[in-house]
Design a protein around this ligand. Structure first.
Ligand code: AMP
Ligand code: MG
Length: 416
């Protein structure tokens, strides 16, 4: 096959590239919705609004164990009240018919309906019981320790909007509104194509100069965690014809991720072979480290828009560029609005120097306490150092104009 030479270079800043990806993602439509049991929908994106099927709470709910009272009766303490019954969570019809009159109280448990007439709950800690009387030692305001019916949500209120990624909180709401099954967008299919003559798959013994293909698996893990369905293709050799054949296969998926072969080496053929599909490149590099040679584009293949990323082959570069650029596209294909990157700040533990010109994402370990989150760069041998990133839980983010950070400075981190 004749390759048509590399695409015209388009090297962007990190901010520009992120903007390009977000703008692109905003125009994508999600996959078809399907009905799934709530737990199977975990990590996918809601394709419907979840609405309250009744008032939340459905009754005025006691939030403490104690005594249901009329606040007016205990405005002056100590106050002695007459007990007219006991109400527990899941109160029987008899218990819920209890009404509190002047000078009366009922023993009540957390989660029980506050009886009519009562407007507050006194915590048991502030009371002393003797027979069918209770002595209240502390005054309460009307409404204290009671959540009014419908105050969390009225029946029919939208509680979780379509486009929300399903987490444990969404699952809780679905369960609370009686939805054993919910509509979620199908996982978009993401083809993963590792390239390189040196690669062998993980179930084969590597020769002395070969290395195992880890990128296909780390990417599959990232894709799955992001709500996609990974489709791992066989490793492509550094040969244009075979590469083209496998790319064609990858274009069948909703998105194709290629790793390796996008740098400047003699056998880095991915860009050329992609160009031979008359691909349009949105960028062919980003001023970041690791991950500078990352490529993003689309082509029309069999009358369908095929979208692809060419991710650099160094394992840390592959991971970083997935998170920075692939993730928003995958979010959009799975029905979610692009999410902001999870940045945080922490106190740097050790000084370091670097060179200006690139936005850097350096593997690091975040620790410390909630009062003082601390971060330390992990020693690494560069973007091929898979073992260093496995000891990390975030990246330190260094803007392109900075060449030095001192211990004690506050620094931005990007969480995994
Ligand atoms: P490349 O981007 O093809 O120049 O590869 C850069 C470095 O990443 C080389 O050292 C490759 O051996 C390594 N590499 C490429 N692809 C993979 C892969 N799938 N798994 C692990 N390492 C890889
Ligand atoms: Mg290679």
């Amino acid at each position: 096959m004749a390759t048509t030479g590399a695409a015209e270079p388009k090297l962007l800043s990190f901010t520009e590239a992120r903007q390009v990806v977000e703008t692109y993602a905003a125009k994508l439509s999600p996959t078809e919705p399907e009905m799934l049991s709530v737990l199977d929908a975990l990590g996918l994106v809601l394709a419907e609004h979840l609405r309250a099927d009744r008032d939340f709470p459905p009754f005025p709910r006691a939030t403490r164990d104690g005594y249901a009272v009329r606040a007016f009766d205990v405005a002056t303490v100590p106050a002695r009240l007459h007990l007219v019954g006991e109400i527990k969570a899941g109160a029987s019809a008899e218990q819920s018919s209890i009404a509190i009159g002047k000078g009366e109280a009922a023993e009540i448990m957390t989660g029980a309906p506050v009886p009519s007439g009562a407007d507050a709950v006194v915590m048991v800690e502030y009371t002393q019981r003797s027979g069918d009387e209770v002595n209240v030692r502390r005054a309460v305001q009307a409404g204290e320790n009671v959540v009014a019916a419908g105050s969390e949500a009225r029946q029919g209120t939208m509680m979780v909007p379509r486009g929300t990624r399903v987490t444990h909180t969404t699952v809780a709401v679905a369960a609370a509104v009686g939805r054993a099954e919910i509509a979620a967008y199908r996982r978009p299919k993401v083809a993963i194509l590792a390239t390189g003559d040196e690669l062998v798959d993980i179930n084969l013994p590597p020769g002395p100069n070969e290395i195992r293909n880890s990128n296909s698996y780390s990417l599959a893990a990232q894709v799955y965690a992001a709500g996609g369905e990974p489709v791992i293709l066989p490793v492509a050799p550094d040969a244009p014809d075979e590469l083209a054949l496998l790319l064609r296969k990858g274009f069948d998926s909703d998105l194709l991720l290629v790793t390796g072969g996008v740098s400047m080496g003699k056998y880095d053929l991915v860009e050329q072979v992609l160009a031979s599909f008359e691909a349009k490149f949105l960028f062919t590099g980003v001023r970041i480290q690791p991950g500078k040679p990352v490529v993003f584009g689309e082509a029309t293949v069999r009358d369908k828009t095929a979208r692809f990323f060419g991710l650099p082959g160094n394992p840390v570069s592959t991971m970083v560029t997935f998170q920075l650029f692939v993730r928003p596209v995958l979010d959009a294909l799975s029905g979610s609005a692009p999410q902001p990157l999870p940045f945080a700040t922490a106190v740097l533990q050790s000084s370091f120097t670097t060179k200006t010109g690139l936005t850097r994402f350096l593997p690091a370990k975040l620790g410390g306490t909630h009062e003082r989150p601390e971060v330390e760069a992990v020693r690494w041998q560069g973007s091929g150092d898979l073992m260093a990133v496995s000891r990390s839980n975030c990246y330190i983010v260094v803007p392109p104009e900075r060449d030095r950070y001192d211990a004690g400075e506050s620094i931005t981190v990007l969480l995994f």
